[in-house]
Write a protein that binds this ligand. Structure first.
Ligand code: SAM
Length: 274
């Protein structure tokens, strides 16, 4: 039976509560197609039955699975390129000087999907900054989706995925073949610490980050959620740190303590004191 308006509204509200993701009315059709597998895996006949079950049991894993199933996980290696050029040309050279005493660098890649973005950061560091070999460098990768986190931890990508953006020479240097796929070499994998984390939930971290990547996820949130998340990022980003958002994401209409800085063909954001 097609979903009734009340069922659609119920699901949208649950998804917004669980993940901050706003499902617009032209995406209603996705509820049915994306949630049917969730219903089936819970032993339910269809999405109507899933809604009935969720109404009875508001807690537990099922609402989480629903929210995760509605996320868009599109990503690729070296997506948009310019932020990684900025890392190479300005940001890491700055950090090499600014952190020369501690020799420690903490990078957070929030909403990292299946891991191509944190692996791209790792490869950029390994390709161009040999000296970081003697540093304590951590790339924290987080995502709402358990499945995406597992993929990042595993670091294995299909031929199709590596063909999207990863130059052949880099593929051969940083990945090894496993059957029809490619797996990140251990030295690259060990730079990445991947965990599940909901940007709209508690943030179990005491780390102060030097660089934060939070790209192509803010588009799914409403204005107050964006502001809340950015204010929380301000708290975990060092005063001279760098924040990268997605190419189409801007802070123009938001009341948040960051200022724009252009580096080459990209824009990044620096915290301002509050
Ligand atoms: C379009 S992908 C972006 C991936 C990568 N940052 C990039 O730019 O290529 C968006 C990711 O955000 C994640 N996401 C959505 N809502 C989230 C939330 N509330 N907390 C954490 N991650 C979330 C999704 O699971 C998805 O993997």
């Amino acid at each position: 039976m097609p979903l009734a308006t009340m069922e659609i509204d119920f699901l949208k509200q649950l998804i917004a509560q669980r993940s901050g993701n706003v499902i617009s009315s032209n995406q209603d059709y996705l509820l049915e197609s994306r949630l049917l597998p969730v219903a089936k895996s819970a032993g339910l006949a269809n999405v109507n039955a899933l809604v009935a079950e969720l109404r009875k049991h508001a807690n537990g894993l099922l609402p989480e699975r629903v929210a995760e199933a509605m996320t868009i996980n599109e990503t690729s290696f070296f997506r948009d390129m310019a932020p990684f050029e900025a890392l190479r040309s300005n940001v890491i050279p700055y950090m090499l000087q600014a952190r020369s005493a501690s020799k420690s660098l903490n990078i957070w890649c929030g909403a990292s999907s299946s891991g191509q973005e944190p692996y791209t950061i790792g490869m950029t560091l390994r390709e161009y900054f040999n000296e970081l070999g003697a540093w304590n460098v951590k790339i924290h990768a987080t995502d709402l989706s358990e499945e995406m986190v597992k993929r990042t931890q595993d670091g294995t990508y299909s031929q199709f995925e590596v063909n999207r953006g990863l130059p052949a020479q880099m593929l051969l240097r940083h990945f090894e073949r496993t059957g029809n796929s490619w797996r990140a070499r251990p030295e690259l994998r060990k730079m990445i610490d991947a965990r599940r984390m909901n940007l709209t939930g508690p943030w179990p971290t005491t780390t102060q980050y030097d660089i934060v990547f939070l790209r192509n996820v803010m588009i799914y949130f409403d204005q107050p959620t964006k502001e809340q998340i950015l204010k929380r990022i301000h708290k975990v980003l060092r005063p001279d740190g760098y924040l990268f958002l997605g190419g189409g994401e801007t802070l123009i209409t938001l009341n948040v303590p960051f200022t724009r800085e252009t580096i080459g063909k990209t824009v990044c954001f620096r915290p301002v004191a509050v």
